[in-house]
Design a protein around this ligand. Sequence first.
Ligand SMILES: Nc1ncnc2c1ncn2[C@@H]1O[C@H](COP(=O)(O)OP(=O)(O)O)[C@@H](O)[C@H]1O
Ligand SMILES: Nc1ccn([C@@H]2O[C@H](COP(=O)(O)O)[C@@H](O)[C@H]2O)c(=O)n1
Ligand SMILES: [Mg+2]
Length: 468
Amino acid sequence: MGSNAVEDLIEASSGVHYSGFHMEQPRTPEIEQPTTSIDDSFHKQPFIIGVAGGAASGKTTVCDLIMEQLRDQRVVLVNQDSFYHTLTLEELTKVHEYNFDHPDAFDTEQLLRVVEKLKHGQAVDIPKYDFKSYKNDVFPLRRVNPSDVIILEGILIFHDPRVRDLMNMKIFVDTDADVRLARRIRRDTAEKGRDIATVLDQYSKFVKPAFDDFILPTKKYADIIIPRGGDNHVAIDLIVQHLRTKLGQHDLCKIYPNLYVIQSTFQIRGMHTLIRDAQTTKHDFVFYADRLIRLVVEHGLGHLPFTEKQVITPTGSVYSGVDFCKRLCGVSVIRSGESMENALRACCKGIKIGKILIHREGDNGQQLIYEKLPLDIPERHVLLLDPILGTGNSAVQAISLLLKKGVPESNILFLNLISAPQGVHVVCKRFPRIKIVTSEIEIGLNDDFRVIPGMGEFGDRYFGTDDD
Ligand SMILES: Nc1ncnc2c1ncn2[C@@H]1O[C@H](COP(=O)(O)OP(=O)(O)O)[C@@H](O)[C@H]1O
Ligand SMILES: Nc1ccn([C@@H]2O[C@H](COP(=O)(O)O)[C@@H](O)[C@H]2O)c(=O)n1
Ligand SMILES: [Mg+2]
């Protein structure tokens, strides 16, 4: 890929503006300059999806399927139902004459306030509507935390242009009227305790006319129209793929095929939450950092070459397997990298581990102070250990030393817990054949070239020297 194409891809990626390709000339041939930090605000705006369609068309089902596939992400669903006006006593006495399918039935001003807050990273408390009492204050409020993806769902969610304008993607669930009516009868009798005559009466008086007058006309605003709702797995897969691209998750991996980010799970997110929390005790920090390190090391080992091997099992059968790569060594970047040694030793019995000490001079310069490496290191695959890839300066120093010692670039596997995009650009551009295995990609660097959100000084927190 040409550098222009790479640059275009980065520019096109959503959220943070990466400036790694606009660096000034390095001061020395060995040392890259830190890249520009990201702008003042660390808050990344959420991706807002609107999901509209007739009542019982399958909107909630589609949203649930999208959320299920994005379960490793922070996704919240805000339902337009939550913003139904509570009926007055007079309206309650004539409830069968109330049109719940008219735009005026909703408190759109409150919905707008809520979405604006979420968009700006603030938590909100939203009502939960009670379809039986027609009130929105029966149940406790629901706390909705700011998230990476916000889904706004409702029959008339595209009606108000101000709400529409907040959306990054608009989906219309298009299901035949007879299917919607059949589902509605089943749902309203089973869940809302209504009888069939009332449901049919409401349908012909309000639901159908409102669909024709207010809901169907908003279909033209949709970016995607999903026929068959939740049954349309192809459409849902495509939407999820697009979302992942928009969330910027694949961009770096697409640009650099040698960058591997381990598959996120709630366990991994939970461990990250703990080690990033400034309030976490040293004991917990070490425990969860160790668990994550072990995962990164195990994943990294999976990228080493192997040879095929057959063994005979106790049943006398042949098992065709593989044999581990034998010519290995670790190299830890003192001091934080030493936290990864135990995990490597636990996975690779008797592995040799070399050390490199790099001194950070101010924020830019790096000086190699000490190195002790196995003599036969050029014949080995090297697992370079450092939990944080920030500016990339230390990594460049360490990798340059390994190359000077004769290690082929493609034999180096850099293992870390978190990587800033700036560091990834610096390392991968300069050493396109090394592999990087990490557990999360960060937002970027702050003005002091510290990784954000980051986890603070890893070495101090891990080795307990942060109690000044
Ligand atoms: N593809 C489907 N096949 C069968 N039943 C469905 C399907 N999609 C939704 N339903 C059912 O129809 C009813 C309405 O679906 P829901 O997703 O709640 O629609 P909406 O949110 O548009 O009102 C629910 O009872 C749901 O279980
Ligand atoms: N008290 C109410 C409030 C609303 N409805 C009906 O709900 C439909 C919208 O909900 P969906 O989950 O289907 O989007 C709408 O058609 C209203 O008529 C109601 O019956 N009672
Ligand atoms: Mg719904």
